[in-house]
Design a binder for this molecule. Sequence first.
Ligand code: MG
Ligand code: MG
Length: 256
Amino acid sequence: MIIRKSPSELDKMRASGRLVAEILDVLSGMVEPGVTTLDLEVVAEKMVNDAGAKAAFKGYYVPQAGRRFPCVLCTSVNEEVVHGIPSKKRKLLEGDIVKIDIGVQLNGYFGDSATTVPVGPISPESERLLAVTKKSLELAIEQAKAGNRLFDISGAVQQHVESHGYTIVREFVGHGIGAKLHEEPHVPNYVDPKVKNPRLREGMVLAIEPMVAAGRPETQVLSDRWTAVTKDGSRAAHFEHCVAITENGPWVLTVK
Ligand code: MG
Ligand code: MG
């Protein structure tokens, strides 16, 4: 069942969304060659605590991993697509791209957002991968309106990404969000006839999060049991926003 939120619930989700946006803004500004992914984690954890919020990912359990996620952030570099674990050993290098994903719970409601940040100057190919992925999210958000269907969102991502020669990671998808981090529905970044295609209604909130590979889209999980990388080693980009469907159209909750 897709849970629709009342206006007062949406206000709470806006507060969690604003917090994740503020944190991502600070972290994006920190990214430069020589910074470690653990440096980002330390700042993120302090900001979450200072706001009186709870980190959504730290302690998160999935049976496939068999191990709780150990950190506040997911930091995934280059061919790492999602769920990378911050580490003091992972120093960012000029030309890298780093995906930073954060979820928080504030006043009972979750916010979840991700961005991909260039480390110093990056190659034109990587610039293009980031631009196309970011644009696919913007096009998807435009479709998040009452009366449309879920696949209007999925199809907007797919059409834009594939027409630019990139591929869509299929093992991971967006999701409903609210009093739980992951709610119905699944929000695939491609039209998937195997999942439901519900009508979008006011009060639904979706975490829309295209994950795009420059090469082949298949992923595998590293021996740390969390980090998902492209099998072919090609780079991947990831952008995510939580979007509420309202009578006034899409409302992006995860902005400052
Ligand atoms: Mg996320
Ligand atoms: Mg998410």
